[in-house]
Design a protein. Structure first.
Length: 82
């Protein structure tokens, strides 16, 4: 059995107002600090985040579970590999 329940709430990371490359760099740092299987919910307002965050997630070997845009905000749900 896993120590982390599958319904574990994601950790929220609000990076609103930060400009490139800070959202991607801080997302990478947060991912590296997560427990295996942990999830992160990132909110950004930088227009380049729609490109940079998915690339950072892929390069870290994590999974992008969801991505949405709500006005100027981008939201990403990311899972660190187990």
């Amino acid at each position: 059995m896993s120590d982390a329940p599958p319904s574990q709430e994601p950790i929220d990371l609000d990076l609103s107002g930060l400009k490139c490359p800070l959202p991607a760099l801080r997302t990478r740092k947060a991912l590296r600090g997560l427990a295996p299987g942990g999830r992160l919910r990132v909110t950004c307002t930088d227009p380049l985040a729609g490109i940079d965050i998915p690339n950072a997630v892929r390069e870290e070997g994590a999974a992008l579970e969801a991505q949405e845009r709500d006005g100027a905000a981008f939201r990403f749900l990311i899972r660190r590999p187990a």
